[in-house]
Design a protein around this ligand. Sequence first.
Ligand code: HEM
Length: 365
Amino acid sequence: MDKLYPPIYYSDYLQLSKLLSSQKPKSNEYGKPAHDEMLFIVVHQVYELWFKLILHELDLVLKMFREEVIDEKNIGVAVAKIQRITEIEKILIDQLRVLETMTPLDFLDFRDFLFPASGFQSYQFRLIENKVGLKSENRIQYSNADYFNTLSLEHRKLILESMENLSLFELVEKWLERTPFLNFEDFNFWDVYKTTVEQMLDGERQVILENKTFSEEKMENQLRQNAVTKEHFEALFNEDKYNELKRKGVSRLSMKATLAALFINLYRDEPILHMPFMLLNTILEMDELFTTWRYRHVLMVHRMIGSKLGTGGSSGHAYLMQTVEKHRVFIDLFNLSTYFVSRSTLPELPYKLKKELGFYYSSQL
Ligand code: HEM
């Protein structure tokens, strides 16, 4: 060892005296001790510690993606850090079970002491949402109340900062737009691919038409859905139509970024696209797990308070249920699967392009 560092005591290193004296049940203070309030406090504190770590990981990924040119090595690092976030999210979901060992009646023993505090005011949760890319205009509002107005001035400052900087969504969009693999020179990949997808959608239409078990109404619905999918797919190649979808909120990613993401997904087996695919896939996983947490939390809330208003003043269960679908961020990555075709029908890439996408020492090329 180059240098001797002073010995440190475990408890001091972890600042346990501060940490373990930070649980102050209100029910004790008011002379009406409620045993389960300790559980309630500890579980929330553990959540906030995990949120802190998620932000720590997310900030590193954002920093790497803010660079003009992203070092290829950093894509692997980003994947590893986002995978760490997904593992934490799994714990966040599971952890609700510990809280659910408290019954609604036990909760009522101290709930009245908490107004108007609520997880709604978790500024770290809002920072995560903003940094991942949830836009203010896409947030569900309740009673015209914005979460921002419920926060302290110190926390509002942090929130404003998080909104001024580019989010993970925006940075990944820019990165996708810079993908170099979309120049196919004389090979018109998208024409070949378009025909393949159109054939797939026509095939689906035929299956619907031949389904004798469908009522007239169901058949009509299915055919309409098939036509909408076709229209959306065509929009991927028409700037005006695509921008119309963006205006309507059907798509959020730019057309160029969407095509890049589609290409990466379709040709993910090519060595050079493997890491970009992993990145998109882990981001999708992260988004899905946040949605799962929201849904799991709302089920717990329903069980605990039924249809009572939340301590933060929202309609409680009803408000939260709406956020489950509306607060998804990377929905475009999920929608891409609509246009996937099986490997056997994928257009074969020209030799030169395949060579560019492979490692030079590949034995097949
Ligand atoms: C007995 C347990 C819990 C109940 C009854 C409950 C209830 C609620 C309710 C009703 C809301 C809507 C806002 C309001 O009007 O208050 C809410 C929001 C929220 N809660 Fe909980 N909660 C519980 C536990 C937790 C835990 C353990 C966490 C972890 C940090 C948490 C985090 C949040 C967050 C982040 C929001 C904001 C969600 C959003 O606006 O999208 N909650 N909670």
